[in-house]
Design a protein around this ligand. Structure first.
Ligand SMILES: [Fe+2]
Ligand SMILES: [Fe+2]
Length: 240
């Protein structure tokens, strides 16, 4: 596909995503955010880089749960809400790949490479970002009402979702436990704090005020479409 075709398709998909979200949500973003966040506005406490990146991983993990539920539904021949799946894949593209991973690629990876710390890990993580983008492209192509009617496409979609989950669960876990803690060895406290401000500024520029809360609210709405929002449903009933 040429770049004009690709960007037109991207526009159509994004427009579809917004329409899908507003149709299913039926209330302003601020109202969803209120449901997910404490009512009173707390005094501003700075969010430092590792916390920022780790809570973004939290959103990623919630999309992985949605992908897992989509796979389960495909295998059980149950209905998959195509709008919800497209919206989930667009969250990955916009929030994870075009924002979160760009921060890692621009600010973290080069610093680790320059200091020759964890270079093998950084190389794998970087390769996985590229592979993830290819898989997301495939998911976006296959998660349409038309494509989902075809059994072969449903199988290919399930394979792509499984691949994505299989890679990103360990990817995020390794970053949380090895890469991010090692940041404290390479940045001075001042540089570290400064980087946190840069991350916050970038988030505001791209997604506006309360950008993170809006993404959390969106992922919650998609979870509702897939029937996996209620946390209590996952508590095992064990006597005693
Ligand atoms: Fe990463
Ligand atoms: Fe990450």
């Amino acid at each position: 596909m040429d770049s004009v075709g690709a960007s037109r398709r991207e526009f159509i998909l994004k427009t579809g995503l917004l329409a899908a979200l507003s149709a299913t949500v039926g209330m302003p973003v601020a109202a969803w955010a209120a449901e997910e966040t404490p009512k009173a506005k707390a005094p501003e406490i700075e969010v430092l880089p590792a916390e920022d990146l780790m809570r973004e991983h939290g959103v990623l993990r919630r999309v992985l749960l949605i992908y897992g539920e989509a796979v389960r539904r495909i295998e059980a021949r149950e209905e998959v809400p195509p709008d919800g799946l497209t919206a989930a894949a667009w969250m990955i593209r916009s929030f994870v790949e075009d924002y979160h991973e760009k921060l890692e690629e621009e600010y973290l990876f080069p610093r680790f490479c320059k200091a020759e710390v964890l270079t093998d890990l950084v190389e794998v993580l970087s390769r996985q970002h590229k592979a993830g983008r290819r898989v997301t492209g495939l998911v976006l192509e296959l998660a349409t009402p038309g494509a989902l009617k075809d059994a072969g496409n449903r199988r290919r979609l399930a394979d792509a979702l499984r691949m994505f989950i299989r890679m990103y669960a360990p990817h995020a876990a390794r970053e949380d436990t090895v890469l991010f803690p090692a940041m404290h060895r390479l940045w001075t406290p001042g540089e570290y704090r400064e980087m946190g401000e840069v991350f916050e500024k970038r988030e505001r520029e791209l997604f506006g005020e309360d950008g993170f809360e809006k993404w959390v609210a969106q992922v919650a709405e998609i979870e509702k479409q897939f029937g996996i929002y209620e946390l209590a449903q996952f508590t095992p009933e064990i006597a005693g």
